[in-house]
Write a protein that binds this ligand. Structure first.
Ligand code: G3H
Length: 484
């Protein structure tokens, strides 16, 4: 007799109640690394989405009146609850998005640290007083009190690759700033997101302050984005979706963390061992499914051969396989993603690129692949694979490296490897990116550093303090004194 496996069903949270959708429709979530179904989440109706948004609006009015210290207490206890649920959360992340177990555990700890730091930073937020007399003598009787006020209801939309961390990175700064949140996790990642909200609920979340909405973006996404009670949208995901959100949001402020094509520029005088080690970990960890992964190498001709050899050698140390074994390179999120990467490799080899290493595939698992001799006519030179493949583009000089780096539609981060600091700073100044890493891999953290992308890589600034500032707005109260 065939055994019928039951599948765990997860509810949504709206206005303090965990519920199943009246649609009676569920979305099954399959693990990227096995045939297992991880669970199912609710496909909410537009009506339920409306209740979530209106409930958040109401809860926000009360929350805005709480002191920073009271708001911080909720965050401290959320961080505590997350750490208590660390094992369950890490295992869920591992199964749901195929991240290596050790990295999944790190994600949970990093998130708790993020939330605690956000609470601290919020408590240190203060306004300023501006003297009117500094502008002209006639305004000497004026004083501007500039304070930071909440924006209202923040719509937080998180991606699959950091289902806990990139959700909390939106929710915690929004809450400390006095906002309410409607949280829509990526469908693949929604179970991890749900567990994270369970931790917040256990921590004493006031009813309606964070409402969890699940469902297909294609069904409820536009309804949420264009909802008149949403006051700000904070999204992480693909650039095309980000652009579409930005257009539909019209006058609603947006913070968008989108794609990247981060180059590692390696100059002739670089420490090649260091560059190779950083390129391998920066490019291949979590199978390259990170917006900040190194996605192309611009190597100066003279040392390119040596660099490529060192990268290939270090790639031997990558663990490829199952998330349960804490592998660095695990199956990609779905077959569409894997097909896309395969297509980019095929296009490059057809046009003359050589495979230094990799290009093996079983199911959605693509072995780490290094392509040499990549030229500008190949798609891999410009497209974001979001997978474990790095192209090497050889350049004659620094100017050519800068030119190719800036030709990209993306502008998230860039790494420069050289011993010449002065030159590194000069090159960094020329690069059209949000951050430049000198002698280090591209990455978002530490999480209190400002984090931003230019061009198709994003809008707005994040990083704990900047995120709080981006999710609050200045309010100016002018005191007009009769006498000074
Ligand atoms: O995928 C986008 C993330 O913000 C990257 O974060 O640099 O810590 O991996 P990470």
């Amino acid at each position: 007799m065939n055994e019928v496996k039951t599948i765990k069903s997860y509810s949504f949270l709206v206005n303090g109640e965990w519920k199943n959708s009246s649609s009676e429709k569920k979305i099954e979530i399959e693990s990227p690394s096995s045939e297992d179904r991880v669970g199912e989440v609710q496909a909410m109706t537009e009506h339920e989405v409306n209740t979530a948004v209106t409930g958040a609006k109401e809860a926000q009015q009360h929350w805005a009146r709480k002191s920073f210290d009271e708001r911080a207490q909720l965050l401290y206890s959320w961080a505590e609850q997350l750490l208590q649920m660390k094992d369950e959360l890490a295992e869920t992340i591992m199964k749901e998005v195929g991240k290596g177990l050790a990295s999944a555990e790190k994600e949970v700890v990093r998130t708790a640290d993020f939330i605690k730091y956000t609470a601290e930073e919020g408590k240190r937020l203060h306004g300023e007083l501006i003297n009117g007399g500094s502008f002209n003598a006639g305004s000497a009787n004026k004083f501007a009190l500039v304070n930071r006020n909440p924006i209202g209801v923040v719509l937080a939309i998180s991606p699959f690759n950091y289902p806990v961390n990139l959700s909390a990175a939106k929710i915690a700064p929004a809450l400390i700033g006095g906002n309410a949140v409607v949280f829509k996790p990526a469908t693949q990642g929604a179970i991890s997101g749900t567990l994270m909200i369970k931790a917040l609920d256990k921590a004493g979340l006031p009813s309606g302050l964070v409402n969890l909405v699940t469902g297909k973006g294609s069904e409820i996404g536009d309804h949420l984005i264009t909802h008149p009670l949403i006051d700000l949208i904070n999204f992480t995901g693909g650039s095309n979706t980000g652009k579409s959100i930005s257009q539909k949001a019209s006058m609603i402020p947006v913070i968008l963390e989108l794609g990247g094509k981060d180059p590692a520029i390696v100059l002739n005088d670089a420490d090649l061992d260091k560059a190779a080690a950083d390129i391998v970990s920066g490019g291949f960890s979590y199978s390259g499914q990170r917006c900040t992964a190194i996605k192309r190498i611009l190597a100066q001709d003279k040392t390119a051969d040596a660099l490529v050899a060192k990268i290939a050698e270090k790639m031997e140390g990558l663990k490829v396989g199952a998330p349960e074994d804490s592998a660095d390179v695990t199956p990609l999120i779905n077959s569409k993603a894997a097909d896309y990467v395969t297509g980019l490799i095929e296009d490059a080899t057809e046009k003359g690129a050589t495979i230094v290493k990799g290009n093996k595939r079983s199911g959605n698992l693509i072995h780490p692949t290094l392509l040499d001799g990549v030229t500008k006519d190949m798609d891999i030179a410009w497209e974001e694979p979001f997978g474990p493949v790095i192209p090497v583009i050889r350049v004659k000089n620094v100017d050519e490296a800068i030119q190719i780096a800036n030709e990209s539609e993306y502008g998230l981060q860039a790494s420069i490897f050289t011993k010449n600091m002065e030159q590194a700073i000069q090159i960094g100044n020329e690069l059209e990116v949000g951050s430049v890493q000198i002698n280090g891999k591209t990455e978002r953290g530490p999480d209190h550093f400002p984090f931003l992308g230019v061009k198709s890589s994003g809008v707005g600034v994040q990083g704990i303090r900047r995120s709080i500032e981006s999710m609050t707005r200045e309010k100016v109260t002018v005191l007009n004194m009769t006498q000074v």
